[in-house]
Design a binder for this molecule. Structure first.
Ligand SMILES: O=C[C@H](O)COP(=O)(O)O
Length: 214
């Protein structure tokens, strides 16, 4: 299972969490990575942890003040990027453009989606993976894999129908090893989570409990 920890803009220590993700990654068969804010990518990547961007824009080099260029994220040490997170929604054409920008920079891609219908549409754009996240469960601690298992099952089926090569992750409320096991049992290849680690009093213990049953 792939466990991607999104730090959003939480007031956490990105380096301490990066080191915790790196160290727990070394103890498990699961694949762990962290997605810090853009300004922290370089320092986080220097810890040796697998580092992802939270977003890249559908742009090329040029006059794009305030945007995130995929090449710059990769140069800073990112190996992948989220696209169209629920908190950073894009128009369809811009999701496509951001995917092409990420491909140019050899960034692995996960396109986020609210529901199985959007998962199917996102899969048609040929990302490496899609992540289904019902917005109403994000940050609640109520795991999508238990609160709404059908949405996860249907997302897996939707992606499989459009493009069997596109992996499916699920996110929203994932915070325990049981949640990750449920996600796996529903056919996903990973989880996208944030508050369960970024807001934990002890991120290392939170990470250890996430991967313990895997
Ligand atoms: O990117 C992560 C997701 O929005 C899930 O956030 P959460 O784990 O705090 O529910």
């Amino acid at each position: 299972m792939f466990v991607l920890v999104n730090l959003k803009t939480y007031p956490c220590d990105p380096i301490a969490i990066a080191e915790a993700v790196r160290d727990v990654n070394d103890t498990t068969d699961a694949r762990l990575a962290v997605a810090p804010q853009a300004a922290h990518i370089e320092r986080v990547a220097e810890t040796g942890v697998e580092t992802w961007a939270q977003h890249v824009d559908p742009i090329e080099y040029g006059s794009n003040t305030g945007h995130t260029l995929a090449e710059t994220a990769a140069d800073a040490g990112a190996v992948g990027t989220l696209i169209n997170h629920s908190e950073r929604r894009l128009k369809l054409a811009d999701i496509d453009g951001a995917l092409r920008a990420a491909e140019r920079s050899d960034l692995e891609t996960i396109v986020c989606a609210n529901n199985p219908t959007q998962v199917g549409a996102a899969a048609a754009l040929e990302p490496d993976a899609v992540a289904v996240e019902p917005p109403e469960l994000i940050g609640t601690g109520t795991p999508v894999s238990q609160a709404d298992p059908d949405i996860v099952r249907d997302a897996v089926e939707a992606a499989e129908t459009v493009d069997p090569d596109v992996a499916v992750l699920c996110g929203a409320g994932i915070s325990t090893g049981d949640d990750v096991v449920s996600a796996s049992d529903l056919g996903t290849e990973g989880v996208l989570l944030a508050s369960g680690v970024a807001k934990a009093d002890d991120p290392t213990a939170a990470l250890e409990s996430l991967v313990e049953p895997l």
